[in-house]
Design a protein around this ligand. Structure first.
Ligand code: SF4
Length: 90
């Protein structure tokens, strides 16, 4: 569902598409294929508020970066770990 910038209008508040205010992209968006330019500004063609997409990690719509796998080592299931140590731990 791409944002259609042919409907974009410049208002006092900023650029709006179909009444939705578009925020400009953030630094981390650089290199993404979804970036659209309008009147000298750069906007995301998929999401009106790019900064929000990066607040919780890598933007899930980005084409230039993949969401990082969960941090650290594979999680150990505590129940299985305790069973394992019960078996071998004499
Ligand atoms: S899809 Fe994500 S990374 Fe790409 S321009 Fe939009 S907000 Fe930025």
């Amino acid at each position: 569902m791409a944002v259609d910038f042919s409907n974009a209008v410049k208002t006092d508040d900023g650029v709006q598409v179909n009444g939705v205010l578009m925020n400009q992209i953030v630094e981390k968006c650089d290199g993404c294929d979804r970036i659209q330019e309008f009147e000298g500004g750069k906007y995301c063609g998929t999401y009106p508020q790019p900064a929000v997409k990066w607040r919780l990690g890598v933007c899930n719509f980005s084409t230039h970066m993949k969401a990082a796998p969960a941090k650290g080592k594979t999680k150990v299931n505590p129940l299985k770990a305790s069973k394992r140590s019960a078996k071998g731990g004499r």
